[in-house]
Design a protein around this ligand. Structure first.
Ligand code: F6P
Length: 477
C-alpha cells in the first residue's frame, strides 16, 4: 500500500492524547490527556515527524474528526503540537470492539476477573463482537500503513490492538513494528478460557510485531508461556520479547504537586480529615481489578480489631469513574459507595468521618492526597504496573508507608520496601495497615527514599526511547 504521509515514528492506541467536548453554541473544547505515553512521546522532540493514531471515543470526538479533514490532522493547538490522526470508526463497531471484546473479555482474561461458574460465555453474540474487534484493528492497521514513511517505527499499544501488528505487517512489510502491553498477561490455564481459534489469533496478531514488550518480566514470561501452550514450542515468528518498567515522571510530579491549586486542595482535605489524624490514602479509577471494596473491608476490620484507631485515622479514598457504559462497572461503583457509607454510619462520630470518599476526578486533589499520605494503600487483584504506587512515594511530603499487593506489576521493583499483601486476604491487609500506621517515622522516611528512587528509575521519556531504540534495524533480531 502506498504511503500518503511520511511519519518516521508512529504511536497507535485506543485512547489518544486529546479528547473533545461540545460546549454551548456548538464550540468544541479540547482536553489534553496525560500519562506515560504523552510524556514519553515528547522525548523524540519536535523535529521528528511523529503521528499518533487513536480512536474517536465520543460523539464530540467524532464531530472534531468531521471538522478536521476526516481526522487526518487535528488542530495542533488542541493536541499540544502533536500530530494526531483520530479514527472515526463506526460507533457500533467501536462499541463492540471496545466495550464488548477489549474491556469485557480481554481485560477480564488478563486481570483474571471472571466468576467462572457462570462466565465467560463465548456464544454467537461474542462472535459478532469479535468481527467488530477485527474491523477495528484493521482500521488502525490501514491508517498506520497510510501514514508511515518507508522503514518507519510503529509502536502499537495494548490489548485493544492485539491484531493490528500482523495486519500492518501484511500491508507494510518494510515497517519496524513494536507492540506494548500495559496490562498483565494471563497465565496459560486462564488464557485458555478463550476459544482456541481466538487465543491463537490474539497471540499471532502480536507476533506479527518485531518486538512484543511488557511492563514486567512476569507478564512477558506469561506471554511466552501462552505462546508455547497455544501455538506450540518456540516463538514461531522470531518476535523478540522485551521488558520496560514504566516509571513515574518525578520532575513533572514534584513541580505540579507544588502549584497553588494543590495547596488549596490540601487545605480543604485537612479540614475534612481533622486535626492530628493519620491518613490511609488510595487513588484509583473505579476499576474492578483495583480491589477498592476489599480495601474498605480491610479498613473496617482494622477499626474492629484495633479500636484504638477509631477517631485517629481517616481512609481517604478517591475512586474516579471508569467504563461506565458497562453494567458491571456501574454496579461496582455502587458497591464502593455502599461499603464506604456503611463504615461511616457504623463507626462515624460527629467529629470524625472514617472514610472520605471522592468520586469526581480531580488531579490536583489526588496530588494533595499524595502529599498528605501517611499510608498508601495499593491492593489490586492484578495490575500491569500501578503508577499510583510509584507516584505517592515521589510526592509524599513526609514519607509514607506503602501497603502493596504482590499482584501489582510495581511489586517487582518496589516489593523490598513495601508492606506486602495478598489482595484477597482482608485480615492480612488489616494487619499490614496497622503495621504501616505504626511504622517509626525514620524508617518510613528511609523506605520512602528508596521507593522513590526505584519508582523513578525509568522515566516515561527514557521508557519510550528505549522501545524505539530496540526497534532499530541494527539491534539483533
Ligand atoms: O492498560 C490499561 C489502560 O489501557 C491504560 O492505558 C489506562 O490506564 C486504562 O487502561 C484506561 O482505560 P480506558 O481507556 O478504558 O479508560
Amino acid at each position: 500500500m502506498a504511503s500518503t504521509h511520511s511519519a518516521e515514528v508512529l504511536v497507535a492506541s485506543n485512547r489518544g492524547p486529546v479528547s473533545y467536548e461540545v460546549r454551548e453554541g456548538g464550540a468544541l473544547h479540547a482536553k489534553r490527556g496525560g500519562g506515560g505515553l504523552v510524556s514519553g512521546l515528547s522525548a523524540i522532540g519536535p523535529h521528528t515527524d511523529a503521528v499518533w493514531v487513536c480512536a474517536a471515543l465520543s460523539d464530540a470526538d467524532r464531530e472534531a474528526v468531521r471538522r478536521s479533514h476526516g481526522g487526518r490532522r487535528l488542530s495542533a493547538d488542541a493536541t499540544g503540537g502533536q500530530q494526531v490522526r483520530m479514527l472515526d470508526i463506526d460507533a457500533t463497531v467501536f462499541a463492540d470492539a471496545y466495550n464488548g471484546v477489549a474491556n469485557s473479555v480481554l481485560w477480564f482474561v488478563h486481570h483474571m476477573l471472571y466468576q467462572t461458574p457462570l462466565e465467560p460465555v463465548f456464544d454467537a453474540e461474542f462472535r459478532r463482537q469479535w468481527a467488530s474487534y477485527e474491523a477495528y484493528n484493521r482500521a488502525f492497521a490501514e491508517a498506520l500503513a497510510e501514514e508511515a514513511a518507508e522503514g518507519a517505527a510503529v509502536v502499537i499499544q495494548d490489548y485493544h490492538l492485539a491484531l493490528a501488528p500482523r495486519m500492518l505487517r501484511q500491508l507494510r512489510p518494510d515497517l519496524r513494528i513494536g507492540h506494548f502491553s500495559h496490562t498483565p498477561w494471563a497465565p496459560p490455564d486462564y488464557f485458555r478460557l478463550l476459544p482456541d481459534d481466538i487465543a491463537a489469533k490474539l497471540l499471532g496478531g502480536i507476533l506479527g510485531a518485531d518486538r512484543a514488550a511488557f511492563l514486567t518480566r512476569r507478564w512477558a514470561d506469561a506471554f511466552t508461556d501462552c505462546c508455547h501452550a497455544v501455538l506450540g514450542p518456540g516463538i514461531p515468528s522470531g518476535t523478540r520479547i522485551g521488558v520496560h518498567g514504566l516509571g513515574a515522571d518525578a520532575d513533572f510530579l514534584r513541580k505540579r504537586a507544588h502549584e497553588p491549586d494543590v495547596a488549596e486542595r490540601m487545605t480543604a482535605l485537612r479540614a475534612e480529615i481533622g486535626e492530628g489524624r493519620k491518613t490511609i490514602v488510595r487513588v484509583d479509577r473505579t476499576e474492578l481489578s483495583k480491589n477498592i471494596v476489599r480495601g474498605l473491608l480491610a479498613y473496617r476490620q482494622l477499626l474492629d480489631d484495633r479500636p484504638e484507631w477509631r477517631e485517629r485515622v481517616v481512609h481517604v479514598a478517591f475512586a474516579y469513574p471508569s467504563r461506565q457504559d458497562l453494567a458491571v462497572y456501574r454496579d461496582y461503583t455502587s458497591q464502593v459507595r455502599r461499603v464506604a457509607e456503611e463504615i461511616n454510619s457504623r463507626y462515624g462520630t460527629p467529629g470524625w468521618t472514617p472514610v472520605v470518599l471522592h468520586v469526581k476526578d480531580d488531579f490536583a486533589r489526588s496530588l494533595a492526597a499524595y502529599r498528605l499520605a501517611d499510608v498508601a494503600l495499593v491492593n489490586p487483584i492484578r495490575d500491569g504496573m500501578n503508577l499510583v504506587a510509584k507516584e505517592i512515594p515521589v510526592v509524599s511530603d513526609e514519607g509514607c508507608a506503602l501497603v502493596l499487593s504482590r499482584e501489582a506489576g510495581a511489586f517487582e521493583e518496589l516489593g523490598d520496601d513495601a508492606l506486602t499483601v495478598n489482595p484477597y486476604d482482608i485480615g492480612g491487609t488489616a494487619s499490614a495497615l496497622h503495621r504501616a500506621l505504626t511504622m517509626p517515622l525514620d524508617e518510613r522516611a528511609e523506605r520512602t527514599k528508596r521507593l522513590a528512587a526505584a519508582a523513578t528509575a525509568l522515566p516515561p521519556t527514557q521508557w519510550f526511547l528505549d522501545q524505539l531504540h530496540a526497534l532499530d534495524p541494527d539491534q539483533s533480531r
